[in-house]
Design a protein around this ligand. Structure first.
Ligand code: SF4
Length: 454
């Protein structure tokens, strides 16, 4: 079956590449095509994704209630303590507020919520309409901060002013305002911040435990299971370990520039990337602690000896099956391509909402001939690619799930809603199990397109 070319708009053609067909020059990081119903989220959503897991902060969405619709306890970011982040607060702007301004309403909402919930800090998110009517949230936040004695931080995340990536940047700028305001005494030399992990299904705890076994203390979790006081002293850490190429990289850059904290880019998905991440952190500290490399080797060996027998079983059943990947940040796609290869599967489609030129070049390097590489796709395109490649499993998030199920294709949730930890060595076993149960589910026998084949 070939791609239905009519679903590919001429203006989208340079954002799609089939490996092996001409030179690779994928266009990316630009505004979505109007009317294309992009899978991308808005700026506000990008900032909310990053800041949401800070569990002892108040998160107030300044805008119409519709913007907050997707915020109430929908994500899987767990907390080991306070759970204020699970609540969804909105100023619920109405027509009257749009005409006369919403500053007074915002002031009152902050007053009431801070008194009621006693948060350690408050984040106030600007939405599209706030950008249009021009509410001065900076001044409102400063006045409430002074009155209540806690940081009240505006997040300049008006939905229309860019794409999800701009939201990540707005979140990083907001967090950076807290940094440098806390006491750094007592932070050991082997102290790190973990950036870009959101503790989905407890993943931050798995990673923190690996570092603990290596002799490393985590100063601040940014932002999974995050705390405001930890963010305030995060500049005292020796290293920022940053997962994801998009979400918190800007914060790492700001911290390097202002506080001289170096950073390493890592990924905790898949066996190779997980091990490589631990070794690169151990390498960074080996001058200060010569035993760290041996401890890391022992840890990796122990974990692999448990994991490999499990993987071999799944590999037998999955070899030759085809996978498609469409995720938010491209870093995840790199690890997923390697993880599928380890399971004997072939990745035939890979794309992301916010990949950069560098990201897509790396994807081009690691994928097989014929693989479709796509930037900022939409449901029609994805549907057409999935049908053309006759995939067995689609990995994506909440917006991709219905596309897969409508086509009778297995699905694996790799997004913020997931309830299964997929990071770390144990996460690779969970991933293999989930892919296996979805691909081999007997339900696909009843899908006519697959002719009873599972
Ligand atoms: S900020 Fe704008 S684009 Fe984002 S949800 Fe609200 S109205 Fe929609």
């Amino acid at each position: 079956m070939s791609t239905d070319v009519s679903v590919i708009h001429t203006e989208r053609k340079d954002q799609i590449h089939r490996k092996g067909e001409g030179d690779f020059d994928l266009s990316c990081n630009r505004d979505s095509l109007a009317g294309a119903v992009s899978q991308r989220a808005c700026v506000f959503c990008g900032s909310r994704v990053v800041l949401y897991p800070i569990a002892d902060a108040l998160h107030l969405v300044h805008g119409p209630i519709g913007c907050a619709a997707y915020t109430w306890d929908i994500r899987g970011a767990l907390s080991s303590g306070p759970e204020l982040h699970r609540m969804s607060f909105s100023t619920d702007l109405q027509e009257r507020d749009v005409i006369f301004g919403g500053e007074e309403k915002l002031h009152k909402a902050l007053d009431e919520l801070i008194d009621r919930h006693a948060p350690k800090a408050a984040f106030v998110y600007s939405t599209c309409i706030v950008g249009i009517i021009g509410d001065d949230i900076e001044t409102v936040c400063a006045s409430v901060a002074e009155k209540k004695g806690i940081p009240v931080v505006p997040v300049q995340s008006e939905g229309f002013k860019g794409n999800k990536r701009a939201g990540y940047h707005a979140a990083c700028k907001a967090m950076f305002r807290l940094m440098g305001t806390g006491d750094t005494s007592g932070i050991p030399i082997l102290g790190i911040n973990i950036l870009g992990d959101f503790n989905l299904a407890g993943e931050m705890w798995i990673i923190k435990d690996y570092f603990r076994r290596m002799g490393i203390e985590t100063v601040a979790c940014i932002t999974g299971d995050g705390r405001v006081d930890d963010l305030r002293r995060a500049h005292g850490a020796s290293l920022n370990v940053v997962q994801c190429s998009g979400a918190t990289m800007d914060l790492a850059d700001m911290m390097k520039k202002s506080f001289g904290v170096p950073h390493l880019r890592v990924s905790y998905f898949g066996v190779e990337d997980m091990a490589e991440s631990l070794y690169s952190v151990a390498h960074f500290f080996q001058d200060k602690d010569p035993g760290i490399m041996d401890r890391t080797r022992a840890l990796v060996k122990e974990e692999l000896s448990r994991l490999y027998p499990v993987l071999q079983e799944f590999r037998k059943a999955l070899t030759g099956k085809k996978a498609a990947i469409y995720v938010g940040g491209a870093f995840k796609a790199f690890s997923l391509v390697r993880a599928f290869r380890l399971l004997g599967m072939q990745v035939v489609l890979v794309g992301s909402q916010t990949g950069t030129d560098e990201d897509y070049r790396e994807l081009y390097e690691i994928t097989d001939e014929g693989t479709i590489i796509v930037d900022d796709s939409n449901p029609l395109e994805l549907t057409s690619f999935l049908k053309e490649k006759d995939v067995d499993v689609f990995v994506g998030g909440v917006k991709e799930r219905p596309i897969a199920y409508k086509l009778g294709v297995g699905f694996c949730d790799h997004n913020h809603e997931r309830k299964e930890p997929l990071e770390g060595f144990i996460g690779m076993a969970n991933f293999a199990r989930e892919v296996h149960s979805s691909v081999k589910s007997p339900v696909w026998r009843f899908v006519p397109r697959r002719n009873g084949r599972v």
